[in-house]
Design a protein around this ligand. Structure first.
Ligand code: THU
Length: 145
């Protein structure tokens, strides 16, 4: 599904705004995620770290949990992910492995292959989730339809 440029920019802005609410005192690396659904709804998340470092939760994971807590089970068409612009090499930020799996769950429930807008300092890389997580394990393996 092609997302119009205007909607893409708005989604990226939502992810950025979410990133500002991140609780990331340990890494000082604020991430924002915005999920776009087929009814136009946008659900955001940011990373929430913990003094027990390994318990920290990523932005995309929190956004998926939020969406599923609101009853969403599919309909995911696009995702924007943003990180700090003044950290690292400026390359587009791609979801970590666990977040790819989290995104895959809600995507597969609705049979969509959402486009992931990975935002960098000078470019936005648009990658379908199926390319980030090929041959994914998902709900269909457990519950064949
Ligand atoms: N982080 C995310 O929120 N999403 C990702 O996909 C990559 C990493 C967070 C986790 C941690 O709070 C901080 O970024 C540094 O790794």
């Amino acid at each position: 599904m092609r997302i119009p440029d205007e909607q893409k920019e708005a989604l990226i802005a939502s992810a950025r705004a979410a990133g500002e609410k991140a609780y990331a005192p340990y890494s000082d690396y604020q991430v924002g995620a915005a999920l776009l659904f087929d009814d136009g709804a946008v659900i955001t998340g940011s990373n929430v770290e913990n003094a027990s470092y390994g318990l920290s939760l990523c932005a995309e994971t929190n956004a998926v949990a939020k969406a599923m807590n609101e009853g969403r089970r599919g309909g995911l068409v696009a995702v924007a992910v943003t990180g700090p612009l003044n950290k690292g090499d400026g390359a587009p930020i791609t979801p970590c492995g666990r977040c790819r799996q989290m995104l895959n769950e809600i995507a597969q429930l609705g049979n969509t292959d959402p486009i992931i807008f990975c935002v960098g300092k000078n470019e936005v890389r648009s990658v379908p989730l199926s390319e980030l997580l090929p041959h994914a394990f998902g709900p269909a393996h457990l519950n064949p339809s």
